[in-house]
Design a protein around this ligand. Structure first.
Ligand code: ZN
Length: 450
């Protein structure tokens, strides 16, 4: 059954209406030329090419906002506006994936997250009673890009285009594996498999935060857990991110803090009458980048290496002939498991006190970006490691949805084709070999489940 390119089936949209999918995405796909219809491509490659041709830029990064904004930025007002630019927002991709999943016989639903932005959920029920749940959870949004990056290009065994590795490659590998499983006779007897295409990972992770909030309605195995100390052994979330097909069980967290110094303004000709807030901040920057950074380098995690600090922004003063009365910096502190915002603020305050410096410290993020540390001895984590031929899990530097789901009580690992080195770059690509191997590894893991 060719569920893959079926463009005539219908599926339920978030509005509750039944929409004919026929031709709906043809404008986008025609822009991609003959690539999307090439016979030489595998199903996974075709799906990825189509996903690249359907832009889904996170609204936080769409014009007139900066083309590429910071990861993990706090939720902002512009996010609350329904995206009207068809290139912006995840709706096209979510609707298209719903069509693909429905034509493979999966149960499809949408979870409303923000106006015009919904997670797409596709579920394969087991033949018998549900005893455990596997969640496949890549994100649907991408960072910004110019027009050329929405035209998929295949060259030298690579597929180029925005989202190729971060993370439409994972979306294609995960959904293709699930659709192929649904179309074999060997569907699991007691394992439920849920695909969740999540919105907004690149900005404030509203999709995964909403998913965790309502997870108990989706599966009985997300119901019993309240937090990760009580993590459910009969559920595992595999978050799709480019990990070069390595199972990742730990990543760092990220805390952004603003430090503000206050001084006293005076005429630039008589600086002795004022108090220079920039000078005070210069000492603080030096203390953070030398003493504090050296202290963090001694703090090691076996999978993650050391915690770090980066003074990323500074502003102060208004003109050369005025003694500045205010200066502010923003720092990015990458945390290890066990470190919290409270503990970080406390140690920075103690450092400043010891050096007789003073600054007001405040957080610039609305949503916490916590570190991930999943117990590699959990039965489903061990089984997944064994299935992909890995003896122990890896750690990565970058933050993703895994921490949010894990904090919500769903044990989570990160896994996907492609390399994070190509993510967010002007020429994003994925190795087609990695993409296909990723789909095959996921499919054989899913087939190995009871
Ligand atoms: Zn990304």
């Amino acid at each position: 059954m060719d569920w893959f390119m079926s463009a005539k089936i219908s599926c339920r949209e978030e509005s509750g209406k039944v929409a004919q999918a026929s031709g709906r995405w043809s404008n986008y796909f025609s822009q991609a030329g003959s690539l999307c219809h090439s016979e030489a491509m595998t199903r996974t490659e075709k799906l990825l090419a189509e996903l690249i041709a359907l832009p889904s830029v996170n609204p936080a990064f769409a014009p007139p906002s900066p083309a590429v904004g910071p990861r993990c930025r706090a939720a902002s007002d512009d996010q609350q506006v329904v995206p009207t630019n068809p290139r912006v927002g995840e709706k096209n991709v979510a609707d298209f994936l719903a069509t693909v999943a429905a034509s493979a016989g999966l149960d499809v639903d949408f979870q409303k997250v923000l106006p015009g932005r919904s997670n797409v959920i596709a579920r394969l029920l087991p033949a018998g009673k549900i005893r455990q749940t596997i969640l496949l959870a890549p994100h649907l949004d991408t960072v910004g890009a110019d027009d050329s990056q929405f035209v998929p290009r295949r060259k030298n065994g690579r597929l180029h285009g925005r989202g190729a590795c971060d993370t439409k490659g994972s979306v294609a590998a995960m959904l293709t594996a699930l659709c192929e499983l649904a179309n074999t006779k060997s569907r699991p007897q007691e394992t439920e498999i849920v695909f969740a295409g999540l919105v907004d990972e690149e900005n404030a992770q509203a999709g995964s935060r909403a998913f965790v909030g309502q997870a108990s309605r989706l599966s009985p195995f997300f119901k019993k857990v309240r937090d990760r100390r009580d993590a459910c052994p009969t559920a595992l979330a595999i978050i799709g991110e480019p990990t070069r097909l390595q199972v990742v069980a730990a990543h760092k967290g990220s805390i952004w803090l603003q430090l503000e110094t206050r001084g006293r303004a005076a005429h630039g000709a008589t600086p002795q009458l004022g108090q220079n807030a920039v000078h005070e901040m210069a000492r603080i920057v030096d203390a953070l980048e030398t003493d504090y950074a050296a202290r963090l380098r001694r703090r090691r995690h076996p999978l993650l290496g050391t915690a770090t600090v980066n003074v990323g922004m500074i502003s102060g003063g208004t003109q050369p002939n005025i003694v500045p009365d205010r200066c502010a910096i923003t720092i990015d502190r990458r945390t290890l498991p066990g470190e919290t915002e409270t503990s970080v603020r406390r140690e920075i305050a103690a450092l400043l006190r010891a050096k007789r410096l003073s600054a007001k410290i405040s957080s610039t993020k609305l949503a916490p970006c916590l570190p991930l540390e999943t117990n590699p001895k959990l039965p489903l984590v061990r089984q997944f490691l064994r299935s992909v031929g890995q003896t122990r899990p890896m750690g990565v530097d970058f933050f993703c949805d895994a921490a949010v789901l894990s904090e919500g009580g769903i044990p989570s690992v990160v896994f996907g084709p492609g390399d994070i080195a190509q993510a967010h770059t002007a020429d994003e690509w994925i190795s087609l070999d990695s993409l296909e191997r990723g789909k095959n590894l996921l499919l054989s893991f899913l087939k190995s489940l009871p």
